[in-house]
Design a protein. Structure first.
Length: 273
């Protein structure tokens, strides 16, 4: 049950100012959401402290310097809600997709080639030398987290919100690998899929979507041939597992990682050095 207290307008203003400009969130009362009571000139306060992080907290979580935190915010990689305050969900999503280490990532085309190899699908058409090197690296990977970090640049992940009436229309415009292939229950209110980079602006405009770090619509845009992605999504559950392994939901992430561990094992068993 949420605890509510009544405070004056002046106190509310002071609390907001302290929270937004303070250096350490731990030294301040939980962030508050206010609802007016004009007759009494008082406000109801609902604690939602856990939704935000300071620069120092983001720095510690991602293992980067404060300067790099500011760069991430300026480039849109994480969401800044006020000076020195960042949206926790955007930071956790960035961490899930990119990790906090220095694992080298593959270029978009190479990443999709790796997914095709793990899937056992038709090859993407990489050169002989690149194919040899990629196969050798895949044979050495045992940690699904390392794999997902290497694959992260296969697409740029963006999150949006929109009216519930457009959900089906958005889904129709995407390649959706599908949670059900992993034994997970589909949620009709959530959309997560791939779209070609040249088409995302039109979809956003037609469906009147707005960027939202906590939005229920995830658009993964890429310059890869969308028909090839559709082929991989339908071939088996490898692509669905790659997506799930970076989910913020622990259960979904665990399921995705388990599938990837098995795909890596099969790859080592069936592919010669």
């Amino acid at each position: 049950m949420t605890e509510r207290v009544e405070i004056s307008t002046a106190t509310a203003s002071t609390a907001i100012t302290a929270y937004v400009t303070g250096v350490r969130v731990a030294d301040i009362q939980p962030h508050s959401c206010f609802t007016d009571n004009d007759r009494k000139r008082q406000y109801s306060v609902m604690a939602i402290r856990g939704d935000f992080l300071t620069t120092r907290e983001v720095s510690d979580l991602l293992g980067v310097e404060a300067r790099q935190v500011r760069v991430l915010a300026e480039t849109g990689a994480i969401t800044r809600v006020a000076r020195g305050i960042f949206d926790r969900t955007s930071v956790e999503r960035y961490r899930a997709e990119r990790g906090s280490g220095r694992t080298r990532t593959w270029a978009e085309h190479t990443a999709w080639g790796a997914i095709a190899m793990l899937s056992g699908a038709a090859p993407l058409g990489l050169g002989d030398v690149q194919t040899y090197r990629l196969r050798a690296i895949l044979r050495e990977i045992t940690d699904p987290t390392e794999l997902t970090i290497r694959l992260r640049d296969r697409a740029t992940v963006t999150t949006w919100s929109g009216h519930r009436s457009v959900i089906d229309r958005v889904r129709e415009g995407l390649v959706v690998p599908g949670r059900q292939r992993l034994g997970l229950v589909e949620d009709d209110t959530i959309v997560d899929g791939y779209i070609h980079a040249d088409r995302i602006a039109d979809l956003v405009r037609r469906c009147r979507l707005g960027e939202d770090a906590r939005g229920s619509i995830t658009l993964r845009y890429t310059y890869m041939d969308i028909d090839f992605i559709k082929y991989l999504a339908a071939f088996n559950r490898t692509l669905a597992a790659v997506d799930a392994a970076t989910s913020l939901d622990p259960r979904e992430r665990g399921v995705g990682e388990q599938v990837l561990v098995r795909r890596l094992e099969l790859f080592r068993e069936n592919v010669r050095p």
